[in-house]
Design a protein around this ligand. Sequence first.
Ligand code: FAD
Length: 392
Amino acid sequence: MQETTSGDSVTGVDLQMHSIWEQTSWLEADLVVIGGGLIGISTAIEYIEQHPGRRVIVLERGFVPTGASTRNAGFACFGSVSEIASDIDLMGNDAAREIVQQRVEGLQRLRARCKGADIGYTDDGGHEIFVEDHPALRRIDEVNSCIVTVFGNDAFAVRNDLVRTYNLHESVHTLIRTPYEATVDSGKLVRTLWLIALRAGVDIRTGAEVLNTEEHAGGVEVTVRTMTADVRLRCNDVVVSTNAWIPDLVPSTLIPSIKPGRGQVLVTKPIQDLRLRGSFHFDEGFYYFRRLGDRVLLGGGRNLDFAGESTTSHETTPRVQEALEKLLRTVILPDYDTIEIEYRWSGTMAFTENKQPFVQRVQPHTVVAFGCNGMGVALSSTIATNAAGILG
Ligand SMILES: Cc1cc2nc3c(=O)[nH]c(=O)nc-3n(C[C@H](O)[C@H](O)[C@H](O)COP(=O)(O)OP(=O)(O)OC[C@H]3O[C@@H](n4cnc5c(N)ncnc54)[C@H](O)[C@@H]3O)c2cc1C
């Protein structure tokens, strides 16, 4: 042990001593990306495509990426009427349109990147349902005209006829549809991106938890905890794309405040004669459900306990899971007697107060990239493009 490790000024870190071969071929890079979710892996791809031959290492602490990207619902969405109306109130017309534009462009970029690969892309449209009166119902025209330049025509239309088509409960009095929303298989999507990155020459190291980064003149030292030892990588630039865990690595003075938000999800067993199609938003986006093969995926309920769900813990709770099941049985699948749940999980979102993405060089060699605010399938590619642009 004494021969292979050396003490370090950073508390609790016991660095492994390395051979010259390990040091030069495995522990040095032009760019280290921390976090292998949608933003991290897309940034690595963008960067290496712009700089073929440069060395890029992605460090992911999980065996698979374990934040939001492989635990989400897979909506390729740009915002529902109530969400965009609320964005108009928060940030004004121009900024609300701009963020929709960024999501749409991000999705185009993502699809182009994954062209030819099976990412489970299904364009059955997106829907928002209402069981009570809501101010957003009187703002459909306003939202359509706010984003008309993005799509070239109205994105949203009331289609109450679909309530019966989809076999939703009759308490759903208004259903708004957009043809521009789609769904993906999030597992296939992230795996496809990892394979694209590997093929482009990116190194991906899993089980590699970054403990800290330290800026020096000319570069950054990245200390990593692995199963066998603590190691230190040297690189010219680092991108921190760990989403809800960014505050663990970047001083709070350099970034906007980030609040974690747990999203709990369930998936049913296969259901015969399922008539639901596409993706659905409910209760201002606090609940979301979709068809997944012949199953239903349903998530949300964070608004039942904002304080309790502001956590990075990946547990599920009876309170939220019971609320999800009730919604499933009463509103989504009212005509089905036996519905069994096969999967339950949770993932971690990260929220900023202004709901804007944050992509900035916060120190001479450190770029921070995050800010999907719970809607990152589409936006992550735009954030990655911007991050790669800043790296130069
Ligand atoms: C339940 C749920 C449902 C969602 N549904 C949708 C949806 O339908 N549509 C949509 O557009 N968006 C959805 N989202 C949001 C979307 O998934 C996220 O916005 C997006 O995946 C964020 O990507 P990211 O790369 O920033 O973060 P993440 O995917 O969280 O990636 C961060 C990565 O960093 C790793 N990491 C953390 N700390 C360290 C460290 N110290 N060292 C190394 N690695 C580290 C984590 O393991 C993780 O893999 C949902 C999110 C959740 C949780």
